[in-house]
Ligand binder design. Structure first.
Ligand code: GDP
Ligand code: GDP
Length: 443
């Protein structure tokens, strides 16, 4: 990922239209996963070799009681949280006072700003854009969100300074884990409790990035970095506790981590927003641990069963993720967390011997043959592991069209069970064997 791009603008200029245009209608895996819900305001954009997150700040509900100037708050969120701002103005109506309010805020930020003059539905109207230079920004692009005009140019400009997506920190052996969750679930308390454990030796002063506090430490001779998203609080920011906004922090931290520790609050149970955050962790392909914090507030200790059941229902898509019940406040069972982080990390890196892998697949197929479809049946010729973090398996099959979701899930579950792949997502890719050219194919 190359960071976060925010779409800002006064109401009705076409932010949502442009957002949808940029994100496109691509179907992500996550939408097919039962129980995963997504926030409409966040999307991932893949363009050429670049990938970035897009936020529609207009979709962030800001309680009127807290603040009555939504535009200002949106612009501030965009400035604080994004790397590039796409400032949308209305090419039909022209500029008005609210555009200048946003302009002033953006100007002060020093961020890269691209002005997209929207509703230029006809290239003849390209001439209309000159008045917009008055805003004082150099990057001005005429577009039409509705008619898909200028979107490629906008994407070129957004990605102009991006680095190509590449593996980050490949030489870094440290286990980097982020602590994510909604506001007040106890993320900071948990990090503090962990670092204060006897076994934890904090190596040096915490490094601070714009979005999180990174604390390197050693725990039983292994090196870790704790990424605490709640660690930096810009005091006085009204949107600090806006739940939708907390997702942004989580998204950025997830990217820099190998393991996501998703914290929920036993006192309050699971709410929709917990699922949004967990959904992003899942989509990232990172290993995961679920922490039920504030367990001290739960009186009846039999509730572990009830709570586990609830979690399995509410987070169906995380059924393979270990759950830790603890209290950051009383430190009860705090020592059970690091071993789980370790375990899921090791699992996500696991490399499985090809012969063993094929044995397991063969047995799985014998046990439960693929269903036939229109007289044809899926055949799996050969399976190999083609990636780690998360483990990725490529199946050579007779026809990709015969791979059904439920059968794929069955195979993934078998692999998970046989190789103990707890806590890590598993990716599966079907590849069609080219039978005709098989002999001439030297590879
Ligand atoms: P937002 O409030 O900024 O998110 O704006 P919306 O995306 O909801 O769009 C506001 C209105 O402008 C809607 O009626 C859209 O159909 C319209 N609109 C958006 N993009 C274009 C465009 O490129 N051309 C024209 N003519 N109308 C557009
Ligand atoms: P964050 O916003 O997720 O970082 O949450 P904080 O760590 O700031 O904690 C939010 C509130 O929950 C604070 O008042 C903490 O004292 C409290 N808290 C955190 N962990 C626990 C816990 O294990 N038990 C109880 N009872 N309270 C906790």
């Amino acid at each position: 990922m190359n960071g976060i791009v925010a779409v800002v603008g006064r109401p009705n200029v076409g932010k949502s239209t442009v957002f949808n245009r940029l994100v496109g209608k691509k179907i992500s895996i996550i939408e097919d996963t039962p129980g995963v819900t997504r926030d409409r305001i966040y999307g991932d954009v893949v363009y050429n070799d670049y990938k970035f997150h897009l936020i529609d700040t207009g979709g962030i509900d800001v309680s009127k009681e807290l603040f009555n100037d939504e535009i200002k708050i949106q612009a501030n969120i965009a400035i604080d949280e994004s790397d590039i701002v796409v400032f949308i103005v209305d090419g039909k109506e022209g500029l008005n006072q609210n555009d200048y309010v946003i302009r002033d805020i953006l100007k002060k930020s020093g961020k890269k700003v691209i002005v997209a003059v929207n509703k230029i539905d006809n290239p003849k109207r390209f001439d209309n854009i000159y008045e917009y230079y008055e805003l004082g920004f150099d990057n001005i692009i005429p577009i039409s969100g509705e008619h898909n005009i200028g979107i490629g140019e906008l994407l070129d400009e957004i990605t102009a300074d991006f680095k190509k997506v590449e593996e980050t920190d490949v030489d870094d052996d440290r286990i980097k884990f982020c602590i994510i969750g909604r506001p007040n679930v106890g993320k900071s308390s948990l990090v503090n409790a962990l670092l204060n454990e006897e076994k934890a030796i904090v190596s040096n002063i915490a490094g601070t990035t714009r979005d999180a506090v990174d604390t390197p430490f050693t725990y039983e001779k292994k090196e870790y970095v704790a990424i605490d998203t709640a660690g930096i609080r810009k005091s006085g920011r009204i949107y600090e506790n806006i739940e939708k906004y907390s997702v942004l922090r989580a998204m950025k931290a997830i990217e820099r981590s190998n393991v996501c520790v998703i914290v929920i609050n036993a006192e309050e149970g699971i709410i929709e927003h917990d699922k949004h955050i967990a959904g992003y962790a899942l989509e990232s392909g990172k290993a995961m641990v679920l922490v039920v914090n504030k367990w001290d507030t739960v009186q009846d200790k039999n509730d572990i069963k009830t709570f586990t059941k609830l979690i399995k229902e509410e987070f169906k898509f995380l059924s393979y993720v270990p759950i830790v019940f603890l209290s950051a406040k009383t430190k009860k069972r705090i020592h059970t967390l690091m071993p789980e982080i370790n375990k899921v990390y090791e699992n996500s890196k696991k490399e499985i011997k090809t012969s063993l892998l094929n044995d397991v697949i063969r047995d799985a197929v014998l046990l439960n043959a693929p269903p036939s479809y229109k007289g044809r049946r899926l055949k799996i010729y050969f399976t190999s592991q083609t990636g780690t973090m998360p483990p990725k398996f490529t199946f050579n099959v007779n026809s990709k069209g015969l791979v059904h979701f439920s059968y794929e899930r069955y195979l993934v579950n078998q692999l998970r069970k046989e190789f103990g792949l707890v806590g890590t997502p598993i990716r599966m890719i079907a590849r069609e064997k080219i039978e005709k050219n098989e002999k001439s194919n030297t590879k």
